[in-house]
Design a protein around this ligand. Structure first.
Ligand code: FE2
Ligand code: FE2
Length: 368
């Protein structure tokens, strides 16, 4: 089988929209973190009391590991930025280079500081932490996924979502006895939310301009790995075991992933196509019948089959079935044409009940 050739180049109209978005972001980047503000706040970022209040399943060593993972993942900004710059250069996407250099990098460079301060409150010396940071910054980083702009922005979207969730878990853990430290972790979390929304919008604009790019989004979803898997394998490997005592809500993770994938795909039909592609390549079924057969049936049903499937996945995670990201003609026209509403909703619910969420999220969620 030959790989289909996908015309990568976005239209002039799409590039114009992306440039406008980058300009809009620069004009209103939101509230950045200034590391000096921690010194000036007059509040303590000391987390030593947390050591005495850890939940079952988390040792003091685990807590230190959690903070080290947070700090060290954040400090490797330049390694990730180099990949985005390279993709922007090779694929002639100055808008992405500009966003990376002027907005994303300066913002990210401030994110390690609260976690470094927390570790210092536990007795680690600044020199010791700086040396760990330098080791990670000097380590070789090979990116997991492709470097076309749409793969990079889709990767950025997933990575920001998972980092956002992680900082929220850390903030919740420390909040009862270290409220200021929790506040700073939540400040970092809020930046990641902002980044997630920007990358999601960029990806949606690229896909709206060229729907043929959806398989590349699927590639990014399938190939995705947290950068820590490579830069900090020991700590990143333990993160999965820390998630349950940190009270990670896997249903919410799945819901957020589906919401983001839907936004990027632009319509129920696009979501259905994207999620079928992802599920089949992961070897999962996403309905009551084997994926190969499902694909044949979906092809025969045409757009309608994918639409119902896209809606079923949203129903499965508790998202509203009717939605639109505003980029899609079909989405604007309405959601229930072509098949009587009752039959459609019954079919959708039938499928929804049998969807294994790992088809969508990979192994980040337990078996449902
Ligand atoms: Fe960050
Ligand atoms: Fe970020």
């Amino acid at each position: 089988m030959t790989t289909p050739v996908i015309p990568m180049r976005p239209s002039e109209e799409t590039v114009k929209t992306l440039n406008l978005l980058v300009e809009r972001i620069e004009a209103n980047p939101g509230r950045l973190i200034d590391p000096k503000e921690m010194a000036e706040a007059g509040e303590t970022i000391d987390v030593s009391n947390v050591l005495e209040t850890l939940p079952d399943g988390l040792s003091q060593e685990d807590f230190v590991g959690i903070l080290r993972l947070s700090m060290l993942t954040e400090c490797a900004t330049e390694s990730y930025a180099a990949i985005f710059r390279e993709g922007a250069r090779v694929h002639d996407a100055p808008w992405l280079a500009r966003f990376t250099d002027r907005t994303w990098v300066p913002d990210e460079l401030s994110h390690a500081s609260p976690f470094k301060a927390m570790l210092m409150s536990l007795g680690f010396s600044e020199a010791e932490l700086d040396s760990e940071i330098a080791d990670v910054q000097d380590a070789r980083y090979d990116h997991c996924c492709g470097i076309t702009p749409v793969e990079l922005t889709a990767y950025g979207m997933i990575q920001e979502q998972l980092t956002d969730q992680w900082h929220g878990l850390v903030a919740d853990l420390i909040k009862p006895v270290a409220p200021y430290a929790a506040h700073m972790a939540n400040r970092v979390k809020a930046r990641e939310t902002q980044h997630l929304m920007w990358y999601r919008e960029m990806t949606a604009i690229l896909v709206a301009g060229k729907p043929d790019l959806l398989p590349l989004v699927a590639d990014a979803i399938l190939g995705f790995q947290m950068p820590g898997r490579q830069l900090l394998p020991e700590l990143q490997g333990r993160a999965l075991y820390w998630m349950p005592p940190l009270k990670a809500d896997f249903t919410k993770v799945a819901k957020d992933l589906v919401r983001n994938f839907s936004e990027v795909a632009g319509s129920s039909r696009g979501s259905g196509e994207l999620l079928t592609d992802v599920a089949s390549r992961r070897g999962f079924s996403i309905g009551p019948i084997p994926i190969r057969m499902a694909k044949v049936i979906l092809r025969q049903l045409g757009g309608l089959g994918y639409e119902v499937l896209g809606e079923a996945v949203r129903e499965r995670v508790g998202l509203p079935v009717a939605w639109s990201n505003g980029n899609d003609e079909q989405g604007r026209r309405g959601f229930h044409w072509g098949l009587p509403g009752k039959i459609r909703s019954a079919a959708r619910s039938q499928v929804a009940q049998r969807i294994d969420l790992r088809a969508v999220t990979g192994e980040t969620t337990p078996r449902s």
